[in-house]
Design a protein around this ligand. Structure first.
Ligand SMILES: C[C@](O)(CO)[C@H](O)COP(=O)(O)OP(=O)(O)OC[C@H]1O[C@@H](n2ccc(N)nc2=O)[C@H](O)[C@@H]1O
Ligand SMILES: Nc1ncnc2c1ncn2[C@@H]1O[C@H](COP(=O)(O)OP(=O)(O)OP(=O)(O)O)[C@@H](O)[C@H]1O
Length: 272
């Protein structure tokens, strides 16, 4: 049977405004999301019974049982498959590792079987619908309302994770306010300078509670901001991964070199 190779890119929340809370406890978001050229790799083959092998430099500690989001994605599609998941992204890191893996599997099985993806995979995680869209988008609601955004410039970026896992639910619970202002409207077809100017005026509302839970995130942000050419530094998702944006690839690569520390995961990448 045919083996399919899929790429599951890191998701970066360039902004993340928490604008309200639903009765069921989930928070309402307003977030600009882009995707990196670093990510996990998945190979998948339909089978009579599902199986999962996890490999790769960041594979340690990732569940191999039915709780892994790739197996839950196969189940959701009513299928069975042998999967190898090569982990390059840190887990529980705010860059959507598990959600992006799940979205890659959903999309591979949708293409293979012609079956639709139930509810854009939202039941697997709030980040799954935007990962399924797989391109720059504004995400609203609890994650189910995804509006693709065209005309953004590619961004040179450094991702830095200090090796501490941050549980998403706990960070949301630490928010002082749930009803923060939404994003300003995004300028149409912004060039790099205009996008940076706009981004600097927006926020990640989860940064403060994440830093309270893991103060090293504050250090990471300061260290990124101090690298040559850094135009802005912010946390992605619920952390602990933070990003820096640069005008050139050379600056992003030089910054990645300077940010290497024992136990830190650092990647120079391009966002689109
Ligand atoms: C913070 C973000 O990464 C931003 O992109 C996502 O909203 C989180 O996406 P995710 O990791 O796929 O999240 P889920 O696995 O669905 O939810 C984990 C936990 O985060 C909290 N959660 C998540 C999404 C949301 N809109 N409101 C929430 O309050 C809930 O406590 C939930 O139990
Ligand atoms: N395929 C997978 N890759 C990584 N973690 C997984 C996977 N499937 C299940 N998990 C579990 O999900 C938890 C969250 O991991 P994930 O990488 O999705 O991070 P996240 O911070 O929730 O991402 P985000 O909030 O940006 O969507 C981990 O602690 C891990 O035990």
């Amino acid at each position: 049977m045919e083996t399919i190779e899929a790429f599951a890119p890191a998701k970066v929340n360039l902004t993340l405004h928490v604008t309200g809370q639903r009765e069921d406890g989930y928070h309402l978001l307003d977030s600009l999301v882009m995707f990196a050229d670093v990510g996990d790799r998945i190979s998948l083959r339909r089978a009579d019974k599902s199986s999962l092998t996890v490999t790769g430099p960041m594979g340690q500690g990732v569940p191999t049982g039915p709780e892994n989001l790739v197996l839950r994605a196969v189940d959701l599609m009513g299928e069975a498959a042998d999967i190898t998941l090569e982990k390059h992204l840190p887990a529980a890191a705010g860059i959507g590792g598990g959600s992006s893996d799940a979205a890659a599997v959903l999309s591979a099985l949708r293409d293979l079987t012609g079956k639709p993806v139930p509810d854009q995979g939202l039941s697997l995680g709030a980040d799954v619908p935007v990962c399924l869209a797989g391109k720059a988008a504004i995400m609203r609601g609890i994650g189910e309302d995804v509006a693709p955004v065209d005309g953004l410039p590619e961004l040179h970026c450094v991702l830095v994770n200090p090796g501490v896992a941050v549980p998403t639910g706990a960070v949301f619970k630490g928010l002082a306010r749930k009803d923060n202002p939404a994003m300003d409207s995004l300028p149409a077809q912004p060039d790099f300078a205009a996008l940076i100017t706009w981004l600097q005026r927006q926020r990640n509302d989860l940064e403060r509670p994440a830093i309270a839970a893991q103060p090293v995130i504050g250090e990471v942000l300061q260290e990124i901001a101090a690298t040559d050419g850094c135009r802005m530094a912010r946390m992605s998702g619920s952390g602990a991964t933070c990003f820096g944006l640069y005008a050139t690839e050379a600056q992003a690569k030089a910054a990645a070199g300077r940010l290497q520390r024992d136990g830190w995961w650092v990647a120079a990448t391009r966002l689109s």
